[in-house]
Design a protein around this ligand. Structure first.
Ligand SMILES: [Zn+2]
Ligand SMILES: [Zn+2]
Length: 628
């Protein structure tokens, strides 16, 4: 089986997963669980020693190891102390184990955020948070420019559609509708009722900038969402790149209508005209009208550190070639972002499996290799990364500031969540990134005898992606998702240390296999990253608001591990523990059924939903909403 991209790469991946509530990758994963008989084998790594660092790293005193916290620093020092004790050479900055980097942990409005509309002598100030709001990834800038209406702000050559055709946007501010044309039409060129990536705000901002716009103003396509209020997005509601190069704000439809008045048009009338036949209704606004805009977003910066150590190679001719063994050691802290238990925000998200387990794997291997009679011929570089949960930031920093040159890094081996082996199964990604890797892993596993699911791609949910993009062959080890993923309940007592130690043994054998190679393994590019899903939704249908229990493998319905407050499912009175069995008259057996049923609907649809609560059948009407 192909290891699914269970977190979207590069972007703050977990945010995406959390926002969606479920992902196709997870469905694939769960669907492929299989029963395997297995026996516990006494390998070279002890379960006890594997568990020790996990207990400490996931303890309450480390408060979930959030990025930018002093508790994460403490975890980093703990790792560095171990590297020192093993006699490994520091591999970070200035002869230290730590490699510091700057990370953005959030954004807030600065002091000065101002928008003033001028038309001739007349000027009118917009009210922050009431009639306009900047988005978190907006550039900070002060500009004044004429306005143009640019339809949905989409250039889609594949559909022969271009809102910018014949429009001079250069040096102007583009007003664009949110989402995309014919959103509710199942025959729409734009993937029927599903939103395409053209609807994503970051893509619209990029497209506007590419056409020379000085800023982009978003306005709700209210006519496509009847019954919904003209709500402004929250500052941080839409995740996106850290910072766009132009200001990005949203303005209420009433405000834009007042700007359009001299032209005799309204937002809704223009939207209808476009949606009718996908014709172009872009135009410059009245020549004397301008918008003066000042946006000031303060990004909240913190420091974090990768922890790096080197075991120099024993064979002089290849000691300047490196094998990187890595794992991230950060987690979600108190779960302010990306928690899959939204009601438990503020509680410690322990992160025992994610990824104290992989961190322990690095420490175990560092210890074993440093003390082995036969030292590896290549130099081995051990790296514990920070910033992974915010979007692979630590590994990306390392890849761009490698203390051991990537050109001479023959492979990168990554462990992320290796402590919850189920049915003797381990998922190994990246086997397609070099021609002999699958064979190498099979040989390494011949004594360990785990059941392996292979995936060729070097892209995925974790830090190996940062090396794949630099054309370093990678291998990624993962023991599978479970119901405690990204929740406070990911605790050490649930770790299967016996089998975790077996995964470490397998990784150790793989490192030996890599070390035995005489030629640098050739890099093969296998597949491109999955397109990031951002604001506006990504084709997952309307918003329901349940969080399926990802650990559930039985059939007979979809169990909710939680239901989001204020979501359609929440408003209908559904709650954690309910098992979804019927959706709009269709029997729901598993997550596939649920996803399919949900996608067939659009926001605003009323559907009848039945769950099992204990022995009782509970049926409610739910009004689906737009996914934000
Ligand atoms: Zn992880
Ligand atoms: Zn995670």
């Amino acid at each position: 089986m192909r290891l699914p991209n269970w977190k979207t790469p590069i972007l703050s991946s977990n945010r995406v997963l959390a926002a969606l509530g479920l992902s196709i990758g997870l469905l694939t994963l769960i669907a492929h669980f299989a029963e395997f008989g297995w026996t516990q084998t006494g390998g070279p790594f002890s379960a006890q020693e594997f568990l020790e660092p996990i207990k400490f790293l996931s303890s309450d005193q480390l408060k979930g190891r959030g990025d930018g916290t002093k508790e994460l620093d403490r975890a980093g020092n703990y790792i560095a102390d171990h590297f020192r004790k093993f006699g490994l050479k520091p591999g970070g900055d200035n002869g230290k184990y730590l490699q510091h980097f700057d990370l953005v942990v959030g954004a807030k409005l600065g002091r000065k955020n101002l928008a003033v509309y001028r038309q001739g002598e007349h000027s009118e100030k917009l009210n922050l948070q009431e009639t306009f709001v900047p988005l978190s990834f907006s550039a900070s800038a002060s500009i004044e420019a004429p306005l143009v209406f640019a339809g949905y702000g989409i250039t889609a050559p594949e559909y022969h559609y271009d809102d910018y055709q014949g429009l001079d946007v250069s040096g102007r501010i583009a007003i664009v509708l949110r989402h995309e044309p014919q959103e509710n039409d199942e025959h729409s060129l734009f993937a029927g009722r599903q939103l395409t990536s053209h609807s994503e705000i970051a893509n619209k901002a990029t497209n506007a900038k590419n056409h020379g716009a000085k800023a982009i103003v978003l306005v709700n396509d209210l006519g496509n969402h009847s019954g919904e209020p003209d709500a402004l997005l929250r500052l941080d509601e839409v995740s996106g790149p850290r910072e766009m190069t132009i200001p990005v704000i949203q303005v209420t439809a009433d405000t834009v209508n007042s700007w359009l008045k001299p032209s005799g048009h309204t937002v809704e009338e223009l939207r209808q005209a476009i949606d009718k036949d996908l014709s172009n209704h872009s135009m410059a606004l009245d020549g004397s009208s301008r918008l003066a805009l000042t946006v000031q977003i303060e990004r909240i910066h913190r420091k974090a550190a990768n922890v790096i150590a080197e075991l120099p190679g024993s064979e002089p001719s290849i000691a300047d070639q490196y094998i990187v063994v890595g794992a991230h050691y950060d987690h979600l802290g108190l779960g302010e972002h990306d928690s899959l238990a939204p009601r438990q925000r503020g509680q410690i998200h322990h992160g025992a499996d994610d990824n104290a387990s992989g961190t322990s794997g690095v420490l175990e291997l560092a210890d074993a290799l440093a003390h082995s009679k036969e030292r590896p011929r290549h130099s081995v570089v051990f790296i514990c990364f920070a910033g992974e949960e915010l979007g692979l930031l630590g590994s990306a920093h390392y890849a761009n500031h490698a203390t051991f040159p990537l050109q001479r890094t023959i492979a990168m081996v990554n462990m992320d969540m290796i402590g919850r082996v189920s049915n003797n199964r381990v998922y190994i990604g990246g086997t397609g990134t070099s021609p002999d890797f699958q064979k190498l892993v099979e040989d390494a596993n011949s004594s360990v005898k785990l059941a392996v699911s292979y995936s060729a791609s070097g892209y995925g949910a974790s830090d190996q992606t940062s090396f794949t993009v630099h054309e370093v062959p990678v291998l990624f080890f993962f023991s599978g998702l479970h119901s405690d993923y990204h929740k406070p309940s990911d605790t050490w007592d649930k770790i299967d240390a016996v089998n975790g130690a077996r995964v470490v043994e397998l990784v150790g054998n793989v490192v030996h296999g890599l070390d035995a190679l005489n030629d640098k393994p050739q890099f093969v590019r296998v597949s491109e990253p999955v397109a990031p899903v951002m604001g506006g939704g990504g084709g997952y249908g309307p918003y329901f608001g349940s969080i399926p229990d990802f650990g559930q493998v039985e059939h007979g319905g979809v169990k909710f591990s939680d239901v989001r407050d204020g979501s359609p499912a929440g408003k209908a009175g559904f709650k954690a523990g309910d098992v979804l069995v019927e959706f709009d008259g269709k029997t729901i057996d598993n997550l596939y059924d649920f996803t399919y049923a949900l996608r067939a609907h659009k926001p605003g649809d009323k559907v009848t939903v039945t769950v099992l609560r204990g022995n009782e059948r509970v049926t409610r009407e739910v009004t689906l909403e737009v996914r934000k």
